[in-house]
Design a protein around this ligand. Sequence first.
Ligand code: TSB
Ligand code: ZN
Length: 613
Amino acid sequence: MASEAELKAAGEKHIPKDYDPALYKLRHSLAHVLAQAVVERFPEAKPTIGPPIEYGFYYDFDLDVNPTDTDLNWIADRMRAIIKAKHAFKVREVSAAEGREIFKDNPYKLELIDGLTKGQDEYGNANAGAATITVYQQDTFTDLCRGPHVETTGNLDAKGFKIQQVTGSYWRGDSKNKMLKRFHATAWASGDDLKAHLARLEEAAKRDHRKVGRELELFANEPLFGSGFPMLLPKGATVRRLLETFITDYERRAGYLHVYTPDAAKKELYIQSGHWEHYKDGMFPPMSLGEDEDLVLRPMCCPHHIQVYKSKARSYRDLPIRIAELGTMYRYEKSGVVGGLSRVRCMTLNDAHLFVRPDQIKTEIAGVLALMKCAYADLGIGEYRLRLSKHDPADKVKYVDNPAMWESSERILREALVESGLPFFEADGEAAFYGPKIDVQVKDVMGREETLSTIQLDQHLPEQFKLEFKDTDDTPKRPVMIHRGVISTMERMIAYLIELYAGAFPVWLAPVQVAIVPIADRHFEFAQKLGEQLLDADYRVDVDLGDKRMQGKIRDAQLQKIPYILVIGDKEMEANAVAVRLRNGEDLGAKPVAEFVAMLEAVVKSRTLKLVP
Ligand code: TSB
Ligand code: ZN
């Protein structure tokens, strides 16, 4: 079975993140077994494509009926029978004409065969490895496929898979095409592996930021806004404001200059930068203002910060210049991939562009890494991998064509990483169109990797905009740009933190830090006064004047993951004290108000993850 490198060399662009050669082959084979069972259940179903993916596989069918649970159970039973019958997977190379004959009733396979004859893979990407056409057959079912497969269905485990759901999905992911039915399944080498995976799923579902975000009233989606445009509710907005203040304070101390620039610009700006040529698919269509004036929502802030750099003459003494902004930007992410807060279409990035002399590149990168380290320590982010994200020389659409620039930028970033002493891995085809990146990869609750911080080296935009500084000898020189985001977009960071903490934010970030629970009406006034005192001292407080009983109020506060719950009864009022409970159920007993406030102050100031210093 092919290694990941071999698959890549063959032009495979859809390698699952948890790629394992044996599992890949097994999942791929099970996809064929599922397809056989589906067409037996629904003879009118037309199989299209069905690749192995992380944790399993899917298979898309042109099928008008909505399969019921009875159908899915039938299909799963039938799959188990096919597995037990130990049918061989037989491969055969065919000519395009033979292929067209075999699949004459399936327009999707015919379209795939047309693509293959033009050297395209099943996703329509150029693929040198797709020149020959092979079909695989098991039992009565034949599929167009480049393999590989296990030897017989007997190599599969009848207990190792589960059909999870059927969803809608457009042919080739394009909403202009027909909506197909996508059968999702998870598949493993054994029943035990499957069980372990399902247990992980259950655990992860509890932390899923979409679920927790709803329960804790952090954010919501409004159909009238459209997908990818969530709104932050008051509590989510509080977390965002805290994050913004937190990171801009760090940046101010590190010599960054903060600016505000507009969210939109004339199309010409993005033509000059190269975004129009290399990044158009990720941008919303322009707004036409007539008279040849087109305005576009910015997908990135770099061209704007370049104009800040250009707003006055710069000399070698001024550099490095670090222009920062909590920059709002808009990306036309495919509707299938947006969801919750981690991938959205309108986002605010903790963005900055460093304009540096060539001799300053490495020091500045080291500075960004140091800043990142501080921010991660405060946020409690400990598990991540650094990725040197390089370009793909074969992809002339996505990347600017300048081999010398890529060679030098990638070399410098690699050296910077080596000098940092931090472990990293390299990946092709992950660069920005203008340059390579150091990406900080974290996993979400589902184990899916995403990028939080990024540091990018760019020698392209300075050239496009003819940026200059006056050097020691008075001659004009070209600066280099470092693009960087330390805490990512507010949206993605909030999503990540919700899952990291399962909604129980550290005290300094908690939307509500203290819940005050008066036991009876006669304690309300004291409770309100205490609430005002804490608010004045800049803490976030909820005074529960509802008519629930004390236990109910405490439970509500715990469900809202409020770190401290202060119960007030006669004894406490008399002694100017509070009975302190923690959100984890621990009871700290009565404390004088002043003592509690001192503890709160110490916990918040130190940004500790603990509730008691
Ligand atoms: C760092 N021009 C650079 C900037 O100067 C830039 O925009 N880089 S980026 O395209 O890699 O995006 C920066 C970060 O934004 C990513 O590392 C990722 O953490 C976050 N991000 C990207 N797309 C989305 C999205 N659709 N939703 C939420 N966050 C996103
Ligand atoms: Zn940028």
